[in-house]
Design a protein around this ligand. Structure first.
Ligand code: CTP
Ligand code: CA
Length: 227
């Protein structure tokens, strides 16, 4: 297959891609966030459109032009992303969670801006766990729905990836090795894609579109033929 000029192998399919990074409000002016730019998610959206899919992008705090031909649902927090992704996933053939979802949020939102006091240190900010959207989709998946997660790992990257793939009941997990100036905010990515069937696909460093097309190749191979 010629990259980027494949047959429209996703024609008639609805795919959902989450992109960007959630922000968890502390007070009216502050949040807990992360460095995800949305570049990989938007590359997934563009390549899926090119392959003929109907594409819903749930975009958390992405400052990029909308991917042409995709429906973009903007969200802020992990809770908002959960609502939007579960809604869009209802009739989806594939769900790809490329977004960086904050693991924790402040236990309480302060309705007023937290002020400095002349003496003394600030109150600690208590955190609670956010819902795990990917795990929830994996748990409630329809037969034939293909579920894909992303993970950035350090240390024993592949063992951590395999454990995470199983825990989230996903079909595929795209594992990035963090560090070495790849990943956040850069146009390039390198990854290993692990399959629940035991497969392993190494994607050498290249444009995020190339990784995206490899993900869709692996998704397309797992979609049930339509009757
Ligand atoms: N994810 C999610 N909801 C969360 C956290 C993560 O849907 N609350 C998704 C991410 O979008 C990604 C996958 O789960 O596709 C893996 O995210 P990651 O942060 O690597 O996994 P965690 O389960 O949060 O584990 P940890 O951060 O502790 O390694
Ligand atoms: Ca996490």
């Amino acid at each position: 297959r010629e990259r980027g000029e494949s047959a429209r192998d996703l024609a008639g399919r609805h795919v959902v891609v989450s992109a960007g990074g959630t922000r968890e409000a502390i007070d009216p002016v502050r949040f807990i966030g992360n460095r995800s730019s949305g570049l990989q998610g938007y590359a997934l959206a563009r390549t899926a459109v090119a392959r003929g899919a109907r594409v819903t992008v749930v975009a958390a705090n992405v400052a990029l032009p909308d991917p042409a031909g995709a429906r973009v649902v903007p969200v802020g927090s992990a809770e908002e992303m959960r609502t939007a992704v579960l809604e869009a996933a209802g009739d989806a053939d594939a769900v790809v969670m490329a977004a960086a979802v904050a693991d924790f949020r402040p236990a309480a939102y302060r309705g007023s801006k937290i002020k400095k006091t002349p003496d003394g240190e600030p109150e600690p900010i208590a955190l609670v766990k956010n819902p795990d959207i990917l795990a929830e989709i994996g748990e409630h998946r329809r037969p034939g729905q293909v579920i894909v997660g992303f993970a950035a790992e350090t240390d024993d990257v592949l063992a951590n990836g395999r454990a995470k793939l199983a825990r989230k009941r996903s079909d595929l997990l795209v594992v990035n090795q963090v560090g070495e100036r790849l990943g956040f905010g850069t146009p390039d990515n390198a990854a290993v894609v692990l399959g629940a069937d035991g497969s392993r696909t190494d994607v050498p460093r290249g444009a995020k579109e190339e990784l995206a097309d490899t993900v869709w190749d692996l998704v397309a191979a797992r979609l049930k033929p339509r009757s």
